[in-house]
Design a protein around this ligand. Sequence first.
Ligand SMILES: Nc1ccn([C@@H]2O[C@H](COP(=O)(O)O)[C@@H](O)[C@H]2O)c(=O)n1
Ligand SMILES: C[C@@]1(CO)OP(=O)(O)OP(=O)(O)OC[C@H]1O
Length: 168
Amino acid sequence: MATETPANLPPFRIGLGYDIHPFKDGRPMVLGGVTFDTPYGLDGHSDADVLTHAVCDALLGAAGLPDIGHFFPNTDEKYRGIDSQKLLEEVAQTLRESCWGIVNIDIALIAEKPKIYPQLEAMKKRLAQSAGVSVGQIGIKATTNEKIGSLGRAEGIAAHATALIYKS
Ligand SMILES: Nc1ccn([C@@H]2O[C@H](COP(=O)(O)O)[C@@H](O)[C@H]2O)c(=O)n1
Ligand SMILES: C[C@@]1(CO)OP(=O)(O)OP(=O)(O)OC[C@H]1O
């Protein structure tokens, strides 16, 4: 299923992932595999870890594979409440089986709340562990949406991720 890089091109491919989940009171707030101590979380079929979902899609896109919903359908009860680190582990394993290694992953989170920088290193560590890379291969940054639009009204959190992979 994976797309091959033509022989005349360098053995690198880039991927882009995007996801968004709405806030919901009483749900766990999980970002990058780290649970934040908040009375609200994100809604979704899984643990709604928006950041990790964007990373999965960036990696799958780089490898020329279908998106996260194809591999882990949100109609399948097996994935209800699932820890998204398990999904990322499976995605990274799928790439390894197709001889793709990860160069780096970079993530931009758009969130009015919570402040993520206190948990930045913990998130990088958890993601690195799940993706099978070193912490230095993961970048995470966050910005508010300066109160503009639905994200600015704190209706949810969005995440953009890019991944560079190489043929190993
Ligand atoms: N959810 C967030 C949003 C922002 N940060 C950090 O705050 C800095 C300032 O954010 P602005 O949107 O006001 O530019 C930003 O550079 C991040 O370091 C955060 O930790 N969590
Ligand atoms: C993660 C999955 C797992 O069923 O469900 P959700 O938590 O709803 O997340 P989303 O990014 O909307 O869809 C992808 C699904 O694969």
